[in-house]
Design a protein around this ligand. Structure first.
Ligand SMILES: Nc1ncnc2c1ncn2[C@@H]1O[C@H](COP(=O)(O)OP(=O)(O)O)[C@@H](O)[C@H]1O
Ligand SMILES: [Mg+2]
Length: 228
């Protein structure tokens, strides 16, 4: 099994080296927990290796994402030949849902990426019922798998069950699930961020959540530490 580095040293350690090549991994967390940041690390690692990378964004546009990445010291602009960032409007996708699969396939074909980030899927999920959500997520999975890419899809967590995605469907199409959370001892304390691997098919990964921070260098996981 070939492992793909996430670009985050402590997370690679938790995974036993990285994400198995070809896996589709869900990153789930509430707003501001670092889902996009984690995804950008994953993409930047690919760019540094000279790999073709695709980002499908339902949130920030290309300029915004590049600015966010550069805020973490990731020089995305230096790799523009290997990077395709496509911003999709969820409402537009919903209107033309029949054509969506072909549209997405064409985007994948133009770059044939080794790494894919789709961020965040929740916006699109919100527009469908359960059957519709499952159906388009399965289509996305099919497209990522067909091209042989390793992928990260991000989603908001369920308020009542913070280790689950908002609709509980992303989990079914994923080979792995990483959950990001914030803990707050009291209102006056700074929140502590934690990262946990809930599932990674056929991998003997770490099971304990670990603390992490987001700084101007992006995410740093403290693999030596345990949450109190
Ligand atoms: N350049 C930076 N330096 C330090 N922290 C940053 C920087 N950029 C973003 N952050 C932190 O990261 C958070 C956003 O993380 P993000 O990955 O966008 O979360 P999510 O996608 O889960 O909503 C911000 O709220 C801020 O705390
Ligand atoms: Mg985000």
């Amino acid at each position: 099994m070939k492992l793909v580095s996430t670009g985050i040293k402590g997370l690679d350690w938790m995974l036993g080296g990285g994400i198995p090549q070809g896996y589709l991994v869900s990153v789930i967390g509430s707003c501001g927990t670092g889902k996009t940041t984690l995804g950008l690390h994953f993409i930047y690692e690919g760019l540094k290796n000279g790999e073709k990378c695709l980002v499908i964004s339902f949130d920030e546009d290309e300029a915004g994402l590049i600015q966010t990445a550069e805020g973490y010291g990731m020089n995305f602009s230096a790799h523009s030949d290997d990077l395709l960032i496509v911003r999709l409007d969820a409402e537009e996708v919903k209107k033309k849902v029949e054509g969506f699969e072909d549209h997405l396939k064409r985007i994948f074909e133009t770059i044939k990426p080794l790494r894919v980030l789709i961020d965040p899927l929740t916006i699109l999920e919100t527009l469908f019922d359960d059957a519709g959500r499952y159906s388009f997520l399965a289509k996305i999975r099919g497209i990522v798998k067909a091209i042989g890419a390793t992928g990260i899809i991000t989603g908001e967590s369920n308020i009542e069950k913070p280790s689950s995605s908002k609709f509980g469907i992303m989990e079914y199409v994923s080979d792995g699930i990483i959950v990001l959370k914030t803990y707050r001892e009291n209102e006056l304390e700074e929140a502590i961020l934690s990262i946990e691997i809930i599932k990674m098919r056929r991998v003997n990964h770490q099971r304990k959540p670990r603390p992490f921070t987001i700084s101007n260098r992006g995410i740093e996981v403290f693999e030596e530490s345990e949450l109190m």
